[in-house]
Design a protein around this ligand. Structure first.
Ligand code: ADP
Ligand code: 5GP
Length: 185
């Protein structure tokens, strides 16, 4: 089984996904490749496989990706076929954290094996506050992310489920219910 999580940056997707990964040992995070630089304490092979733009393009040529997108100008992100194989070999369910376009592509590929969840902020102003509060992005990066959020929110109806992350405790409970129902299927 496959779980796909998408959200505008700052919606609380990492918070919710990390909670679920901690709670369900049978879930495993699919580590994407990216050409962006590591942020804060991010480590190669944990948050992402950090590649140079040249290395990323080489992998595109080798058809090593299930899907990839230039999510922000000059920053590529992609799901490696080898990563999915690695997780499936362990008998674990794959958890994807990808952008909205990647999420729709993965849903198309995995179809009934997949549940796609869109995590939405209560509103764009709250989203900006959360990004500022997180303190990991430069002001122009925050502007870029907030600017993209309106576009990303238009994708919400394409997902199997929409989870609004307003009060965190409530959102975690709802996430829990959604996952339990899906895994029990
Ligand atoms: P994303 O992965 O979607 O970019 P994060 O999980 O990093 O978002 O959350 C962005 C910031 O908002 C973090 O500092 C996080 O602690 C905070 N946050 C997440 N959910 C909530 C919530 N429901 N209420 C208030 N703050 C939240
Ligand atoms: P960040 O720079 O905040 O880690 O991620 C930026 C965006 O890239 C997020 O929306 C994240 O979900 C998305 N992303 C991460 N990995 C992938 C991937 O493998 N494919 C796609 N399409 N998007 C990804």
């Amino acid at each position: 089984m496959v779980l796909i999580f998408c959200a505008p940056s700052g919606s609380g997707k990492s918070t919710i996904v990390n909670y679920l990964l901690g709670k369900y040992p049978e879930l495993e995070f699919s580590v994407s490749a990216t050409s962006r630089a590591p942020r804060g304490t991010e480590k190669h092979g944990e948050a992402y496989y950090f590649l140079s733009t040249e290395e990323f393009q080489q992998k595109i040529k080798e058809e090593a990706f299930v899907e990839y997108e230039e999510v922000y100008a000059g920053c590529y992100y992609g799901t490696l076929k080898s990563e999915i194989e690695r997780i499936e070999q362990k008998g674990h369910h794959v958890v994807f954290d990808v952008d909205v376009v990647g999420g729709c592509n993965l849903k198309r590929i995995f179809a009934d094996k997949a549940l796609s969840v869109f995590i939405a902020p209560p509103d764009v102003q709250t989203l900006r506050k959360r990004l500022e509060g997180r303190g990991t992005d430069a002001p122009e990066m925050i502007e870029q992310r907030v600017g993209k959020a309106e576009y990303e929110l238009t994708f919400a109806p394409k997902f199997d489920t929409i989870l609004v992350n307003d009060d965190l405790t409530t959102a975690l409970q709802e996430a829990d219910e959604i996952i339990k129902n899906f895994l029990d299927k």
